[in-house]
Design a protein around this ligand. Structure first.
Ligand code: NG6
Ligand code: CA
Length: 495
C-alpha cells in the first residue's frame, strides 16, 4: 500500500517507485431499514437478492454485525463519528429542520480518510441535520456534510417521508427556481396548502399513522412544505438518480483513492419502486424496492468493474437499523409478506432493543484480497473509523470505535468483547454470547408498527448462542451472570 518516491542515483533523473499495492478505494453501501433476514445470503428464500448475495459469497458475511442503533440518525452518527450515539442526547430521529448533529470540530471517518489522501463523497440519505437551526433552503445550507469531512455531497436531507422533498448538492437545493422559494415548517401548515389529513382525495398512497402533512407526488409526508416545485424529487426515480450520482462519483475520482458513502433510501417508507420493479418481488412495494436496491448495487459494482478498480476497492455493505413492515403507510407490506421473514431468526425489529433492531446484514468485500468466508465476530459499524484508520497505518483507536481490521478483512476471528446497543434512547449490553436489557419504563410493544421494543419492569438476560430468538429470560436462573452483566453495563454507561 505504500507509494514510495526514490531519487535515482543517476544524475538529474528521478524515478518513481510505486509498489503494486495501491491504497484501496473504500465504499460503504448503506441501506435504510433492511433487516437481517431480508437478504438471500442471510437466509431469505422468498426474496431474491443476487447482487447482495454475490458480495457475501465473495467476501466475509458477518453473523454478528451491528448497527449502533435501532433507528437511523443515531446509527449514522456513530458510523461517521465512532462515538456511541447515547452519549449525545440529540442523536435521535431528526426532523428535516434539525441543525447539524455532528460538531464540525469532531473527528470523523471522512476526515480521517481525507488526512490519508482520499477524496471523500456521500450520495444518498443524510439524516444528520443541516445548518444551525434556522435553515433558509434558498441560500447556502451550512454546515452540512461538506463541513464534517465530505469533499462532495449529494443528499436527501432527512428521510424520504420527511420534507423538504428535494435533493441537496453540496450546500444548494438542486434545481431550485429562485422565483419559487422553498419554505419548510414542522409545526404549522402554510395557508391554503393541502394536507394528507384534510385532502385524502389527492393521495395515491394512504397514511396509516403520522405522515399526514404536506402532499408531494400524491404521497403525504411528515412536515409542511411550500414552493420549490421544480426542485421536488420524483420518488419513483430516486433509486436511479442516486445510482447515477454514485456512478458519476466513481468515474470522476477513479484515478485517486476515494471514499464513497452510498446511502440508499430503500426499503424505508414511502416505498416507491420504479415501474420496472413493480411486482418484481410478489411482496408488494417493500419487496419490490429491495429488489430495486439489489439491482442498483449490481449496477454500481459493474461500474467499478468497468472502470477497472473493483480489485482495488474495499466494499462494506450494511443497513442502518432493522426491519419494519408498516411504518406509517398502507403499502401491503404486511398483507403481501407471505412466508418471508425480514427478521430472520431474530426478535424485535426497527426501534427495538431486541436483536432484530440492531443486528443487520454486514458484509465486507475486496476482490482478490479478502478470502471469502463467514465470521461470527461481533463487529459494529462504529468500528469502521478506527479499523479503516488502521488500514492506513494509524493504529490509534478513536472514541468508542475499536480497531477490528483483522476481523473485517477476514484475518482474525475475534471482534468486540462488548457492545452497548441503543434503541429509542434505551440501551442493552452485548458481551460474549450474552445480552442484558435493563428494566425500562414505557410500553413493551409499539402497537402502530407491531414491534416489541422490549421495555420490561425487570432485567432481561439472554444467551444468544443458545437462544437467538431471545425467548428464554435467564435473569432469575443465572443471578451470577446477571450480576456480572449489570456491573459491565454500569461501568460503560456510568450509572
Ligand atoms: C418515525 C416515523 C417513521 C420513520 C422513522 C424514521 C411516524 C409516525 N413514524 O417517526 O415512519 O420515518 O421516524 O426512520 O412519523 S429512520 O429509519 O429514519 O430512523
Ligand atoms: Ca433507517
Amino acid at each position: 500500500m505504500t507509494i514510495a518516491c526514490k531519487n535515482d542515483q543517476k544524475k538529474g533523473e528521478t524515478a518513481e517507485v510505486v509498489t503494486n499495492e495501491k491504497k484501496p478505494n473504500i465504499v460503504v453501501i448503506y441501506l435504510d431499514d433492511l433487516g437481517y433476514g431480508d437478504v438471500g445470503a442471510y437466509g431469505a428464500t422468498e426474496l431474491k437478492t443476487p447482487h447482495m448475495d454475490a458480495l457475501a459469497a465473495g467476501g466475509i458475511r458477518f453473523t454478528n454485525g451491528y448497527a449502533s442503533s435501532a433507528t437511523c440518525t443515531p446509527s449514522r452518527f456513530a458510523l461517521l463519528t465512532g462515538i456511541y450515539p447515547w452519549r449525545n442526547k440529540n442523536a435521535r430521529i431528526l426532523p428535516g429542520t434539525a441543525p447539524l448533529l455532528i460538531d464540525t470540530a469532531q473527528y470523523t471517518l471522512p476526515k480521517m480518510l481525507k488526512e490519508h489522501g482520499y477524496h471523500t463523497g456521500i450520495v444518498g440519505k443524510w439524516h444528520l441535520g443541516l445548518g444551525t437551526g434556522h435553515v433558509n433552503w434558498n441560500e447556502a445550507i451550512k454546515p452540512g456534510p461538506n463541513e464534517v469531512g465530505f469533499d462532495e455531497s449529494y443528499i436527501l436531507a432527512a428521510t424520504q417521508d420527511r420534507v423538504p422533498t428535494v435533493y441537496i448538492e453540496n450546500d444548494k437545493v438542486d434545481g431550485l427556481d429562485p422565483n419559487d422559494p422553498i419554505k419548510v415548517d414542522y409545526h404549522k401548515n402554510f395557508e391554503g396548502e393541502p394536507t394528507g389529513k384534510d385532502n385524502p382525495e389527492m393521495l395515491t398512497m394512504k397514511w396509516h399513522h403520522g405522515h399526514n402533512n404536506s402532499i408531494v407526488n400524491g404521497i403525504p409526508r411528515i412536515g409542511f412544505m411550500k414552493g420549490g416545485e421544480t426542485a421536488k424529487w420524483s420518488d419513483i426515480d430516486m433509486a436511479d438518480h442516486f445510482l447515477a450520482k454514485a456512478q458519476e462519483y466513481v468515474r470522476s475520482h477513479k484515478n485517486e483513492p476515494f471514499f464513497l458513502y452510498y446511502a440508499l433510501q430503500q426499503p424505508h417508507v414511502p416505498r416507491t419502486p420504479h415501474p420496472r420493479f413493480v411486482g418484481s418481488s410478489g411482496m408488494g412495494p417493500r419487496g419490490d424496492v429491495i429488489v430495486e436496491a439489489d439491482w442498483c448495487i449490481g449496477e454500481f459494482i459493474k461500474t467499478l468493474e468497468e472502470e477497472g478498480i473493483l480489485e482495488n476497492t474495499l466494499i462494506v455493505f450494511s443497513s442502518d437499523n432493522g426491519p419494519v413492515l408498516n411504518d406509517g403507510y398502507y403499502d401491503d407490506a404486511v398483507e403481501k409478506l407471505g412466508d418471508h421473514d425480514p427478521n430472520g431468526p431474530l426478535r424485535g425489529g426497527k426501534y427495538s432493543m431486541y436483536e432484530a433492531g440492531t443486528r443487520v446484514p454486514f458484509i465486507t468485500y475486496w476482490k482478490g484480497k479478502i478470502t471469502p468466508g463467514v465470521s461470527d465476530a461481533v463487529v459494529c459499524q462504529m468500528d469502521l473509523l478506527s479499523s479503516l484508520a488502521a488500514l492506513n497505518g494509524d493504529d490509534q483507536e478513536y472514541g468508542d470505535s475499536r480497531n477490528l481490521l483483522g476481523a473485517l478483512l477476514g484475518n482474525a476471528d475475534k471482534g468486540r468483547d462488548e457492545l452497548m446497543l441503543e434503541a429509542s434512547s434505551k440501551t442493552a449490553l452485548r458481551k460474549g454470547d450474552w445480552i442484558l436489557i435493563p428494566p425500562y419504563k414505557g410500553v413493551f410493544k409499539y402497537d402502530h408498527v407491531n414491534i416489541e421494543i422490549g421495555s420490561m419492569p425487570t432485567f432481561q438476560l439472554y444467551n444468544l448462542k443458545e437462544d437467538p430468538g431471545q425467548q428464554k429470560n435467564l435473569a432469575e436462573e443465572n443471578p451470577e451472570k446477571l450480576r456480572e452483566m449489570i456491573a459491565d453495563y454500569t461501568r460503560i454507561r456510568g450509572k
